[in-house]
Design a protein around this ligand. Structure first.
Ligand SMILES: NC(=O)c1ccc[n+]([C@@H]2O[C@H](COP(=O)([O-])OP(=O)(O)OC[C@H]3O[C@@H](n4cnc5c(N)ncnc54)[C@H](OP(=O)(O)O)[C@@H]3O)[C@@H](O)[C@H]2O)c1
Length: 268
């Protein structure tokens, strides 16, 4: 579908690009000719990922916490000095923890909302003001999660991702005047480093969970990246304000109580 020069001369920022899904997205953009910047909080691990990714093309990195506007602005300054502009922003950074809603305290709730909703908005606003709006051109892809029918076992991220999805619809309209396209990719359960953080009881349910997904498997990081590169490319020039599910049809039929039921077996 794509050629090695599909993203030639395009400058692309991938947040959370040091691991998992973000790493694959960064790698694919590099292999398709793009110039990629990755950012995340942990500088050492970011540097290691950057060394590996540099084998595929022109790669820069900078530590940046998406919850910190000063750090985002300093990242924008670095991009301006090095590349003059930014063409594509992939809001991939994020994280959450499994918990039944009644056990999520203010600190835990605020941490997830701050990261997955507020951080995504701050990054989007700052990059739009620094680049996309003055350039009158830009593409944004927000990685959310499949939360169509709620997210039992992760109420905080369900709320945050639904917020980003609605924000995406708003910005697709408000910023159409600036020739900015913005869409979401909504992954189901993806085999990536992010899953390693879950407790053993939850990892033990993964095999059964795969059987309940219509396509009978979890997604791969490449599945998500393919959707992201499509939504970033001219092939999707007339698509804005939508969510593309990369979930093996999980949103249509998967019993989402599986995670909550496992949590109930050891949290209550
Ligand atoms: N894997 C799945 O099944 C799945 C499903 C749906 C949605 N998602 C979402 O897809 C995205 C990527 O997931 P993944 O599986 O690749 O997980 P991952 O390996 O844990 O990647 C998350 C990345 O985000 C970065 N990050 C987190 N908080 C940040 C912050 N405040 N500022 C800057 N960077 C931050 C992390 O780096 P640092 O620790 O260095 O900051 C890390 O590189 C996440 O938003 C995740 O929630 C994943």
């Amino acid at each position: 579908m794509f050629k090695s020069d599909t993203f030639k001369d395009k400058v692309i920022l991938v947040t959370g690009g040091r691991s998992g899904i973000g790493f694959q997205i960064a790698k694919d953009f590099l292999q398709l000719g793009g110039k990629v910047i990755i950012c995340s909080r942990k500088e050492d691990q970011l540097k290691t990922a950057a060394e590996e990714l540099s084998a595929y093309g022109e790669l820069s990195y900078k530590a940046c916490d998406i919850r910190n506007t000063d750090e985002i602005q300093s990242l924008a300054t670095m991009i301006k000095e090095k590349y003059k502009g930014l063409d594509i922003l992939i809001n991939n950074a994020g994280g959450q923890f499994p918990a039944l809603a009644e056990y999520i305290n203010d600190k835990g709730w605020n941490a997830v909302i701050n990261n997955n909703l507020n951080g995504t908005f701050a990054m989007t606003r700052e990059m739009a003001n620094a680049f996309f709006i003055p350039q009158k051109q830009g593409v944004i892809v927000n990685i959310i999660a499949e939360v169509l029918r709620g997210f039992p076992g992760m109420a905080h991220t369900g709320a945050a991702r639904a917020g980003v999805e609605n924000l995406t619809k708003t910005l697709a309209q408000e910023w159409s005047d600036f020739n900015i396209r913005i869409n979401c990719v909504a992954p189901g359960i993806i085999e990536s480093s992010g899953l390693d953080n879950y407790p053993k009881q939850i990892q033990d349910m993964f095999e059964e969970a795969q059987k309940a997904i219509p396509l009978k498997r979890f997604g791969k990081v490449e599945d998500v990246s393919n959707a992201v590169t499509f939504l970033s490319s001219p092939m999707s020039a007339y698509i804005t304000g939508v969510s593309l599910y990369v979930d093996g049809a999980q949103h249509l039929g998967f019993d989402k109580m599986g995670l909550a039921n496992v949590l109930k077996s050891f949290m209550n």
